[in-house]
Structure formats: structure tokens, C-alpha cells
Write a protein that binds this ligand. Structure first.
Ligand code: SF4
Length: 669
């Protein structure tokens, strides 16, 4: 039977934010496909979302609130009513607040849904409660900080502009896994004769699209950028006119930093032969409009912010910004499209409360004092899987005196440790507004199917909790749709001139980019700032990463069939990934006497995790690659990859250093 076709959006943490066409029959999603009218994603979906109906109507969905009846982590629960669940949470929080203060409560969330209202529903509630605040920096704040150091609040180029480039550099981005729709413009550029390069730490699947792949040592990306700049300066492949009119600090960079960054020196950091570095610099310097698409991974090292900052300087040296198709792209900043303060309501906070960095949850749960954490409320996130230093996180979650509430769609690793589990709606079951961070589209959507079982959205649960806690503000008693309407009633320059009719009908529309935005540098000097006086290092320079004692650098790479720990509920997608594998170079495997397909343990001083070994020449010597974050129940051993990652933070932006860890590997008996 043919169903009704309704529009929606992919809610996951991906720059593309695809438009969806959802076929619904009798309140059930039967098919999900891409929206051909979406200006950027053009009707295509990645393999993860092609059968989203299998996630939405999965038999594994949680359908009623649950109370723990077994040891923490055992996954033993019994159902309870919503009324009992909300009353129980509020009563426990009132006790904790009376004894330890509200800062003993910590919310934990990230980007399980990117919808602006549902994602941020907890902010007003926890501000009003006076809880500890979460520094939400697990993804790539160092990338943003690196961009900002050079470009300030300058708007990123439209990502489709890449189609007009004659040299496309995909730098540290496995676009096939994480930004598949950007490849449309890459292919367009190729058709017109552009060269496409991939710079990465191993030969990712995206190498298949590139004309050349440059495999560099992890965390040496910034050094490579400085090495290219050294040659551009030495061989006078510079746009002097642009540098003197629009760039601050190139002379200082040229005299103080670049002389040291010779091809030989840079070769020692990157592992690339000096001739290859020279080749890259000459090709970049001679290209008419080079365009660099910078990924997030290279910002997840101890020197991640500096890596991005150094790369972002490159287009300025050759004047690429003033040419169609030239420039660099780390992501779009469309925060100004909606009045976010009306959603997050920071004004509900009576006074400053302490901030806990989400990457250091393990430390916070086990060691924080004055007051110690007594309750954790997790929503649309799975910290037991995704947070670094998994052993410390699990040790904290196992604390009997920690009252943990998890609002989720599935019985995740974190939910297993909860005292109370609340069933959550999927994105097809609630209304929201979305803005992309890899393009300039916005979209508003309504629920297309009713909630599965007794599940409720973030917004609904925080409304109930606010009522139970006795918050009198009318804000908490409105519906999500009321807040959406209010936010949309507030004009924003970025939304001026959008196709209102299409937007109201639920279609994706593009924000209006101001004329000449690409060369309006929103920095303190009004120029591109290679020299940034307020930074700890006023000039870009080579900084070493943290590294470690063990012999192999561990890359925690993305999987094509999962997004962090999302989609692991789907057996069909897990089968595509086959198993939790560790990729290793044949030379390294040979030295250890390892065989392809055998079980090995990777370990360091934080923990160990079992993997199925995959021997491949695509990974260079000295590097091992673990793709995807697996749920513990699907791991070959007792831990997943984050048992090996650390709580250390990046040089800029207080981000995660998920790529900056070393391991040794041994055969399992
Ligand atoms: S995960 Fe990304 S590419 Fe895949 S459907 Fe969602 S937005 Fe599109």
C-alpha cells in the first residue's frame, strides 16, 4: 500500500543534514529516502540512513520507563510509569540539592539529535536548577578555534564553490564516511579538470576519489602547511598584492617561523619525502583557485588547534580568497540564523556554576569534590561508549551512590548503568528546526509518526521535570511547537530573503549569504590574521602532539556504517562493518608475527581492548587504525576503543584528543 510522503531531516551529527522523504502508512514509517529538492544533499542519503525506518521501528526500541533492579551495568530493569519515574527523579534531586547543592547534579548530552530545540531542551532546565554545566567539546572545537584565530567570524565559503576550484585538497577528511555530499562538488571540479588531493594519516576509502594521496604522520599537518609556506615564500609563489592589502603578519611569519621549516625538516615531522613537499607547494602556488576542505580529525591532537590554524593560513599566501573556487572550509557558522538565546535561556541561571569538561567525565565522576557529583542525567548521548578513558567512565558510572538517569531510544552501554531509564522519541516523532554545519541550509519539520510506545521527547521530559521541581516559569509549560513558532517569529539577517513558503512547507532552504561575504574579513584588524597577538603563540608554528610511550599511533577513525556509537543498534549495518577491527601495516604485523584475522589486544597504561586484526598496506608503519565506536555487547572483548583514549585536551578549544594516543599490540592467547 502506498503511503503518505512527508518531509523530515536527518538528525545526526553530520555536516550534511540531509533532507528526508518519509513514507508513512498507518502511523508507521515504511521507507526513507533522500529529498531530491534539498539544495545541497540533492536526494542522496548515506548507507546509514537509507533504512532509518529500521532504527525508528526497531524491536530494540525502549518503550516504557524502567527502574534498575540488578547491579549497575547488568541491564536488569523493571517497567514503571512515567508518573513514578518523574516523581522519583525529582524527589531524589531535591534530596541531593538539600544535602550537596545543585552542582552535585551534572547533565550530559551532545549531538544525538541536532535539532535546535530538542538538542538544547536541557539547557534552560539545568540553568534554572543551578546544576554543574557541561563543556560540550568532544567533537572539534579546536577546528573552530584554529579557523577563528586566522579568520575571526568571517563566513565560510559556500561548500559548492569548491566545484570551481582547479586544485581541491581534502585535508584530513574521509568525506565518504563523514561528508559524502561534499563529493558532488568535488566530482564537478574533477569534470572540469581539477586535481584532487587527499592528505591523511592512512589511505582512507576517500583515496579512491583523489588523484593523489599524501599519507602524513599523525599530528604533522600543521608542520606540512608551514613547510608548503616555506617553499611558497622561497620560490616567490606568493600573491604579494593580496598579502599587503588583506593579510596581517605574513612578514613576521616569513622572518621568524618559515626559515626553519625547510622541506628536510618538515619531512622529518611528516614522513613525506622533501620532493613531495616541494611538489605540493609548487602545485598549490601555481593553482588558479586552490580550495582546502579541512576535516575534524586533524584537530583532535594535542596540537590540533595549531594544525588547523596553520592550514587555514595557506590560501591567503596565494590570494585564493579573492578567486571563485578558492579558499578553505572547516564548516559553516550559522548560529546567527536563529535566536538561540531564546532556546537555551542562559538567563535562567541565578549565578555562575562550575563547568565540567565532557571529555573529562571519568575524572569528574571519580574525583570531583565540593561537591562530589551525586547525579548524572544523560540525554541523546552515550558517554560509556564515546567518552575518552572508558575505564574511568565505567568506574564512575558503577558508583552505587551516583543516581544516574538516561533518556534514550535504546539500551546503550550507558543506559545499562542507569538507575532510571526513560524512553526517547526518534527524530521522526517530534518537531524541530535544523541548521547544517557543512552547508547553509535550514529546515523546520513536524513529527511524521506518533511516538513509539510511551517514548517522549527531550522537550516533553524537561517540561515534566520542571513541573515536578516546582519551576513556576511559563517557559517550561509551553510545547516544543510553541517555542519553535516563537523562535521563527524573531527576524535574523541570515534568514532575510529566504523562500518562506518553501521553509514553512518543511523544505530545506538556503540562507542568504551577503554580497562579497568571502572577502569581508571579520577579524579585529579587518584582515586575515596570520599574526594573532592575543593567541598564546601569536604566529603559527610547529607544536608537538602529546604522543605516548607505546610504539603505535592509534587513529580512532570514522566508520562508513555508524556515526560514533549511533546506528550500532542495527545488525544490518554492523554486518557491513564485519567486526571491530584494528588495521595494521603488513611490515608491523610481520615483525610481530601476527596473521590477518586473528584476535589481538591493543593496550596502553589506560586500558586494553580486543580487536580482529586486519593487515593492510593502506595503513603506514607505526600507525594502527580502529574504525568506529562499538557498543560493549558487540565488542570481541570487554572494552571498546575508548579504553585506549585519554582525557587530555587540545591546545585550543578544550577539545578531545581522541587521535593523540599510542598503543602496543599483543596476540591474544
Ligand atoms: S548521516 Fe549525514 S550523510 Fe548520512 S543521511 Fe545523515 S546527514 Fe546525510
Amino acid at each position: 500500500m502506498a503511503g503518505e510522503i512527508l518531509r523530515s531531516v536527518c538528525p545526526y551529527d553530520c555536516p550534511d543534514t540531509c533532507g528526508l522523504m518519509v513514507e508513512v502508512v498507518e502511523g508507521r514509517t515504511i521507507r526513507v529516502s533522500g529529498d531530491p529538492e534539498h539544495p545541497f544533499t540533492r536526494g542522496a542519503l548515506c548507507p546509514k540512513m537509507n533504512h532509518y525506518e529500521r532504527t525508528v521501528h526497531s524491536p530494540l526500541r525502549l518503550t516504557s520507563p524502567l527502574r534498575r533492579i540488578g547491579p549497575k551495568g547488568s541491564g536488569q530493569f523493571r517497567p514503571l510509569s512515567w508518573e513514578e519515574a518523574i516523581r522519583g527523579i525529582a524527589d531524589r534531586w531535591k534530596e541531593i540539592i538539600a544535602k550537596n547543592g545543585a552542582e552535585a547534579i551534572l547533565p550530559y548530552s551532545y549531538a544525538g539529535t541536532m535539532g535546535l530545540v530538542q538538542r538544547n531542551s536541557g539547557h534552560p532546565f539545568f540553568y534554572r536548577l543551578g546544576a554543574s554545566r557541561l563543556d560540550r567539546t568532544i567533537c572539534a572545537p579546536a577546528k573552530e578555534a584554529g579557523w577563528k584565530a586566522v579568520m575571526g567570524n568571517t563566513m565560510a565559503p559556500h561548500p559548492d564553490e569548491l566545484a570551481f576550484s582547479d586544485l581541491v585538497v581534502l585535508w584530513g577528511i574521509n568525506a565518504l564516511a563523514t561528508n559524502i555530499h561534499q563529493l558532488h562538488a568535488v566530482r564537478e571540479a574533477k569534470k572540469k579538470g581539477a586535481q584532487v588531493w587527499l592528505v591523511d594519516t592512512y589511505e582512507t576509502p576517500t583515496a579512491g576519489i583523489a588523484d593523489r594521496t599524501f599519507v602524513v604522520r599523525p599530528a604533522s599537518d600543521g608542520a606540512l602547511a608551514l613547510g608548503i609556506m616555506h617553499i611558497l615564500a622561497r620560490e616567490n609563489l606568493l600573491d604579494d598584492k593580496f598579502l599587503s592589502a588583506s593579510v596581517q603578519g605574513f612578514d613576521e611569519l616569513k622572518s621568524k617561523i618559515l626559515p626553519e621549516m625547510t622541506p628536510e625538516k618538515v619531512s622529518s615531522f611528516t614522513g613525506l619525502p622533501p620532493e613531495k613537499i616541494q611538489f605540493m607547494a609548487r602545485a598549490f602556488g601555481k593553482a588558479k583557485a586552490p580550495f582546502i576542505r579541512i576535516g575534524a580529525g586533524l584537530s583532535r591532537y594535542g596540537n590540533g588547534g595549531m594544525n588547523v590554524r596553520s592550514i587555514v593560513c595557506l590560501p591567503a599566501l596565494v590570494g585564493a580568497w579573492r578567486k571563485k573556487g578558492g579558499g578553505a572550509f572547516v564548516g559553516t557558522s550559522t548560529a546567527g540564523a536563529f535566536a538561540m538565546a531564546e532556546i537555551t535561556r542562559e538567563d535562567f541561571m541565578a549565578g555562575e556554576t562550575r563547568i565540567v569538561n565532557m571529555n573529562q567525565l571519568g575524572h569528574a565522576l571519580n574525583h570531583l569534590d565540593n561537591p562530589p557529583l551525586k547525579s548524572l542525567y544523560v540525554y541523546h548521548s552515550n558517554p560509556a561508549s564515546i567518552t575518552p578513558d572508558q575505564n574511568q567512565v565505567l568506574k564512575g558510572l558503577a558508583r552505587e551512590d551516583l543516581f544516574t538517569v538516561v533518556h534514550e531510544r535504546f539500551m546503550t552501554d550507558t543506559a545499562r548503568y542507569a538507575d532510571v531509564v526513560l524512553p526517547s522519541t526518534s527524530s521522526l516523532e517530534h518537531s524541530d528546526i535544523y541548521r547544517a554545519y557543512g552547508n547553509y541550509c535550514i529546515q523546520q519539520v513536524k513529527a511524521v509518526v506518533p511516538p513509539v510506545g510511551q517514548s517522549k521527547s527531550n522537550w516533553e521530559v524537561f517540561s515534566l521535570l520542571a513541573q515536578a521541581m516546582g519551576f513556576p516559569e511559563p517557559f517550561f509549560s509551553q510545547r516544543a511547537e510553541d517555542l519553535i513558532r516563537h523562535v521563527l517569529s524573531i527576524p535574523a539577517p541570515l534568514r532575510k530573503g529566504i523562500d518562506e513558503e518553501a521553509f514553512s512547507a518543511g523544505k530545506a532552504v538556503e540562507l542568504s549569504l551577503p554580497e562579497g561575504y568571502k572577502t569581508q574579513y571579520k577579524t579585529p584588524s579587518g584582515k586575515i590574521e596570520i599574526l594573532t597577538p592575543k593567541e598564546a603563540h601569536p604566529l603559527p608554528r610547529h607544536l608537538p602532539p602529546y604522543g605516548g610511550q607505546e610504539p603505535y599511533l592509534l587513529m580512532t577513525a570514522p566508520s562508513l556504517y555508524a556515526l560514533n556509537s549511533s546506528f550500532r543498534e542495527r545488525e544490518d549495518l554492523r554486518q557491513q562493518d564485519k567486526s571491530m577491527s584494528l588495521q595494521m601495516n603488513p611490515g608491523d604485523a610481520g615483525e610481530k608475527g601476527f596473521q590477518d584475522g586473528e584476535r589481538v589486544t591493543a593496550f596502553n597504561d589506560r586500558g586494553e581492548a580486543s580487536f580482529i586484526l586486519q593487515v593492510t598496506p593502506k595503513v603506514p608503519a607505526g600507525v594502527v587504525v580502529a574504525a568506529g565506536v562499538w557498543w560493549l555487547e558487540h565488542c570481541p572483548g570487554r572494552r571498546s576503543v575508548n579504553a585506549l583514549t585519554s582525557q587530555r585536551l587540545t591546545d585550543m578549544g578544550r577539545g578531545s584528543t581522541l587521535y593523540d594516543n599510542t598503543v602496543d599490540v599483543r596476540r591474544e592467547p
